[in-house]
Ligand binder design. Structure first.
Ligand code: ASP
Length: 348
């Protein structure tokens, strides 16, 4: 594409608050179709972009998102990849960080922007944040560098002036416009009077002509064990050793610490002995797991728990789904879990 041609974007509308309006009978928010969003945001017509839309049927509140929706989005992007310069996914905020994380792993060799956005207030409400989020997402998804290559060839979340790597983002606020953070990685861009890109940390696009590699096979047999004072043997045993899971994310304290009570370590060892993939992710919003600092972390490491580093729980879950979908060999999954595949963890 030369500088003069219009960028072509595919806007995938899945649902979420951005496109909802009040159902006067029930008093709840319900989704409405995209033509009404477009009417509310005429500003997007001022950019030099051609936007085509794909609307999911049914539109959903993102609390109803299932991995099958990620498969649909990935397939849609694969099937239309060559026809567009970038993709925008309008999505509810509640599970946006999970979906953006999942897509970041499922879309291999991605060379174009995939920007998730949404809003806290519907686009038809006067004080909506949806307009700014959508307008900036359009600008970012169509932005090119001086060589005409996409500025941000990765899966991102754009929200309230911050562009974040999708697999680093977390929803941190249920009522403020500033609803998302990327606690362990600076934003990829910040929108003020201009949009300033943090080029040093944006992932590099694959060599031109490298085909997109889409993985839609996901294995969802993952449980999450959130530690808390007073947690019982029975609960820990049920979650760690239950037959239904192939992997368990253990949300630990601080730098990756857990109780040192013998019964706890015995259950972790029993789960590891069953061949389960056990990953240590911290409950802290920022910072990393380091199991070598305290005896409480070392005991986990000795029992066979692997390091989740500074991964968000959302990203760790999505990475497990993706890797377990690729192989039935748990040792191989463990090997790849501690590698930085898509900028999701910082390993120094
Ligand atoms: N419950 C909504 C959703 O996630 C919230 C939002 O979009 O902000 O779909």
């Amino acid at each position: 594409m030369t500088g003069k041609e219009k960028a072509a974007l595919l806007l995938i509308y899945t649902g979420g608050t951005i496109g909802m309006k009040q159902d006067l009978k029930e008093g709840t928010l319900k989704p409405f179709d995209f033509s009404q969003i477009a009417q509310q945001v005429p500003e997007i017509g001022q950019f030099s972009v051609d936007i085509k839309t794909h609307t999911f049927d049914p539109l959903i509140d993102s609390s109803d998102v299932e991995p099958s929706m990620w498969q649909k989005i990935a397939t849609l992007i694969r099937d239309s990849y060559d026809n567009y310069d970038g993709f925008i996914v309008l999505h509810g905020t509640d599970t946006m960080a999970y979906s953006a994380s999942a897509l970041s792993f499922m879309l291999g060799n991605l060379g174009k922007p995939v920007i998730f956005t949404g809003s806290q207030l519907p686009v038809g409400v006067p004080r909506t944040d949806g307009k700014e989020n959508l307008i900036s997402a359009v600008e970012i998804a169509s932005a090119k560098d001086s060589d005409g290559r996409p500025m941000v060839p990765e899966v991102c979340v754009y929200f309230n002036s911050l562009l974040m790597r999708g697999n680093r983002s977390v929803k941190v606020n249920s009522e403020e416009f500033s609803a998302f953070r990327s606690p362990n990685l600076p934003p990829l861009a910040q929108a003020g009077i201009t949009i300033k890109y943090n080029k040093d940390i944006i992932l590099k696009a694959p060599a031109p002509g490298t085909p997109l590699e889409v993985s839609t096979e996901l294995d969802t047999r993952v449980s999450i064990l959130k530690l808390h004072p007073g947690i019982t043997k029975e609960v820990v045993h049920h979650i760690l050793c239950g037959k239904e899971s192939r992997a368990v994310i253990i949300e630990t304290y601080g730098a990756g610490n857990a109780p040192t009570k013998p019964w706890f370590i015995d259950i972790v060892s029993e789960a590891a002995g069953m061949g389960k993939i056990l990953v240590n992710v911290t409950q802290c919003l920022s910072g990393s797991v380091d199991m070598s600092i305290y005896a409480t972390g070392k005991a986990l490491q000795k029992a066979g728990v692997i390091n989740g580093y500074d991964s968000t729980t959302e990203s760790c879950l999505a990475k497990l789904f993706y890797l377990m979908g690729k192989t039935s060999d748990n040792e191989k999954v463990k090997e790849l879990m501690v590698k930085n595949l898509k900028g999701e963890i910082s390993i120094f």
